[in-house]
Ligand binder design. Structure first.
Ligand SMILES: [Zn+2]
Ligand SMILES: [Zn+2]
Length: 147
């Protein structure tokens, strides 16, 4: 990968049948730099490069990228949706209950679904969404300091 990944991102967009635009490239670069960012974080990072870009435009770009499989959307309960460019490996997430910090957890199985329900009631199951909840290192040390 080169410095900012622009060539890779250009190829990704083309392969997905999307027009290559500067805002799309900028959003992909922002996601590469900050995995699991929410829309506001991505919009702020994108504006640093582009000057102006509405939050709605960022929503639209993320929607298109998610639909084409270039971006994965995760939505931990009680937290705003996050986006990441790491797709296709069925990895999971560990989320801090206090601050919402999110990290990747490799899937022990590696393909979806990696868990089999005890009874599927006739459904064809294609994915198990696993979220591990806990307390991140920052929040653990804050809790220790205030105790
Ligand atoms: Zn935390
Ligand atoms: Zn992830």
């Amino acid at each position: 990968m080169n410095d900012d990944g622009t060539a890779d991102h250009t190829n990704q967009l083309r392969a997905a049948g999307l027009r290559v635009t500067q805002p799309r490239l900028t959003v992909l670069a922002a996601l590469a730099a900050q995995p699991h960012a929410d829309v506001d974080t991505i919009a702020t990072a994108a504006r640093e490069h582009l000057g102006t870009l509405s939050t709605q435009a960022v929503y639209d770009i993320l929607k298109a990228l998610t639909e084409r499989g270039l971006v994965r959307r995760i939505e931990p309960a009680g937290h705003p949706a996050r986006f990441e460019a790491r797709v296709g490996d069925n990895h999971h997430h560990v989320v801090c209950r206090t601050c919402g910090a999110t990290s990747d957890v490799d899937c022990a199985i590696g393909y979806a679904p990696c868990l089999t329900p005890s009874a599927a009631d006739g459904f064809v199951v294609d994915e198990a969404e696993v979220v591990f909840w806990g307390l991140c290192p920052n929040c653990q040390s804050q809790r220790r300091e205030s105790a």
